[in-house]
Design a protein. Sequence first.
Length: 208
Amino acid sequence: MNMRGIIRPNRAAVQRAILNFMAELFTYTSAELPDSLRWQAVSFLRVHYPDGFTGRNRLRDWVTSEAEHPIHIVLVEDGILISHTNVVWKFLEHAGETYKAYGLTGVFTYPSFERQGYGSRIVAAGTEYILKSAADIAMFYCDESLKTFYARHGWLHMESSTSFIGTKEQPERVEDEILMMLFISSKGKRGQQAFEHEPVHFGGDHTW
């Protein structure tokens, strides 16, 4: 603030906003995703999530399994991938109901672009895509340190919920991640209390 009480904009913040605006937002199916962007995404995941590139997947060249119906939402500038998320979906049985459950996965921003608003922009775009979809509910799991970040985009922390992966005969409790959800359709909204109080069997060998 100067002597006359006029608030001057923070130059660094203005510059970040301008640079963020220059990045273009694109939405692709896996078949449409340009190879150059696919490889940039795969390279990031190989370094930061090596557990997904072991055993039969050690030569993996895909971002997210087609079984999860991935949509790729990306922020790109001059062909350089800055930030990425996948919107995915599956049918989920819970408390006697079957829900069309969407979610976010593969959310990342390259380190040199962190804390410049790109992550917020990509999550907002992914969330908007889900809200306009045929989803009953939306859900994903994340580290507790990210709870406030996702809450700013409308996601609810299911604090009382417990979750399991694996088979129903041999379930494995999800211990190190928290569940974030949206309740979208009328069916989804009616089921919110059940998700809050009854165990969620997510199934499979990994969470979103």
